[in-house]
Design a protein around this ligand. Structure first.
Ligand code: NI
Length: 153
């Protein structure tokens, strides 16, 4: 089977991206599964779904190559836990150069939710995440990789 899809050519930052078409051959069953998946994910067409897959892979590559990236770390913890708030703050001060902002939300009497927006070398951000995540009594830690967007169409 032969299908035509459309994607962007990724070029230099200042240059406008031009649309190009290319063909992809794949098994009918695999395409049926892909179509089901993109319907569930509310994509309106295959091209947009494929663009997203490509962009996600390029962002992952930026992270594995220790590029300048952005991201977000989330934490849920009980602020009554002895010394935990101090430790969370100490670690954030150690990594202040790669923290853009921190938002603290008091979920209830005990629990806090913190969103730490980061920017810097991916290895440093991952290190910050690991240090916060491994603190005893942190109930949940989440991590979202993002990109500064400069190299993506
Ligand atoms: Ni709080």
């Amino acid at each position: 089977m032969f299908y035509i899809i459309v994607t962007h050519l990724i070029r230099g930052e200042m240059e406008m991206s031009k649309l190009v078409r290319f063909g992809v051959s794949l098994e009918e069953d695999l395409l049926a599964k892909f179509d089901r998946l993109i319907r569930q994910k509310k994509y309106t067409n295959r091209s947009e779904a494929i663009r997203d897959l490509i962009r996600n892979e390029l962002v992952k590559k930026e992270w594995t190559e220790n590029k300048e990236v952005t991201g977000a770390i989330t934490l849920v913890y009980d602020h009554h836990t002895r010394e935990l708030v101090t430790k969370v703050l100490d670690i954030q001060h150690d990594y202040h150069a790669c923290i853009l902002s921190t938002q603290h939300i008091h979920l209830d009497h005990h629990n806090c939710f913190e969103i730490i927006v980061t920017q810097g070398k991916s290895k440093e951000i991952e290190e910050l995440y690991q240090k916060l995540k491994s603190l005893r009594s942190v109930k949940h830690a989440g991590f979202m990789m993002a990109t500064k967007g400069k190299d993506l169409a």
